[in-house]
Design a protein around this ligand. Sequence first.
Ligand SMILES: Cc1cc2nc3c(=O)[nH]c(=O)nc-3n(C[C@H](O)[C@H](O)[C@H](O)COP(=O)(O)OP(=O)(O)OC[C@H]3O[C@@H](n4cnc5c(N)ncnc54)[C@H](O)[C@@H]3O)c2cc1C
Length: 393
Amino acid sequence: MNQADSFRQQVREWLEANCPQSMRVPITSEAELCWGGRNFEFQSEGQRLWLERMAEKGWTAPIWPRQYGGGGLDREQNKILKEELTRIHARSPLFSFGISMLGPALLKFGSEEQKQQHLPAIVRGEIRWAQGYSEPNAGSDLASLAARCEDHGDHFILNGSKIWTSYGDLGDWMFCLVRTDFEAPKHQGISFVMFDMATPGVSTRPIRLISGKSPFTETFFENVRVEKDQVIGGLNKGWTVAKYLLTHEREMIAASSLSGAGTSPVSQTAIQSIGTTHGILRNTPLRTDIARFEMDERCLELTIERARDEVKAGVSLGAAASMFKYYGTELNIRRQELLMAIGGYDALVWEGGASQHGQTPRRWLRSKGNSIEGGTSEIQLNIVAKHILGLPG
Ligand SMILES: Cc1cc2nc3c(=O)[nH]c(=O)nc-3n(C[C@H](O)[C@H](O)[C@H](O)COP(=O)(O)OP(=O)(O)OC[C@H]3O[C@@H](n4cnc5c(N)ncnc54)[C@H](O)[C@@H]3O)c2cc1C
């Protein structure tokens, strides 16, 4: 047996013994996601155990180094782990902006003390992170941000506000872009800082949406103390860190638009809802659209896989993240349209009914935001035009 096969067998045995049965069924509502954090209430004992066991192995962040609590897996092993998780329909043990966004930036730009302080807690799901990037006058033009962070000797004092903070009311800590040099050109006066959201002077206000939910807040800072050892990448060097983090955010958004562990493929949902005749889906136009969708999805999956191998070989993902983000979000929008078509009238039910308590229309509405979060589709196309196609800016 070669090394890969033997690793696969170990993973299989470990998952068999450690993944609770209740964590091997697709997620049907957002309430079933595990986000961790100081105030997180587990939905079940299975959910708590699954996080605890995966975190213990470092498999909530499989490719992070072991010294920071990660799994220390190489790309090949990580791929095998993902395949085995998908095979048993295992749910993701932890959804975390700490893992998908902050962690990669800390690993690249953080000091040893910062890594030791924050990374193990992220792996264990102890701290829930919020992202403080956008401001009322700084979205696509992010570098225009104005949150003002002034030097007060041994610490900074922060004043200003952020907007569209996803789950801002549930965050324990925030990673945040602030202005620390008020005279420098706009990209050169920004720092990337972290602080506890329980610090006096931090407050949030919910923003209500069409979906009936309020996943966002406005976040206000009034004389908030920020410690000097919580600046990543150096004072006024935050723009480099911010851009690096965005490539990870965009890749994460693209990858999360793919079917995978814990979700059902569209074709399977269609077969269950519409039924087959002689093994063929009864609705011919839908059949064609689903086949086209699943082929495109597979192509994106393989292309992301290839890009990850290139990153491993030392090539920077850079602007390719924008290409993936654009295509991934377009795919998710198509997926939600297809699920609405498959559901027919049932998919219009908002509360209760066959659409899993309104999840289908809610997800369809939520997908509209995919083309905005992490940088809008227009901005991604601008980046692709300039940095990949070499078109004039
Ligand atoms: C679901 C979701 C979650 C989010 N979570 C967070 C979060 O946790 N933290 C956070 O900080 N932010 C978050 N955001 C905010 C998000 O990053 C911004 O909404 C986004 O960057 C766009 O900024 P804006 O809303 O100010 O739009 P604007 O920048 O005002 O853009 C308005 C329109 O103009 C277009 N446009 C602007 N500039 C150009 C240009 N140069 N060329 C072509 N078209 C252009 C845009 O594409 C868009 O269509 C989230 C947004 C969504 C939808």
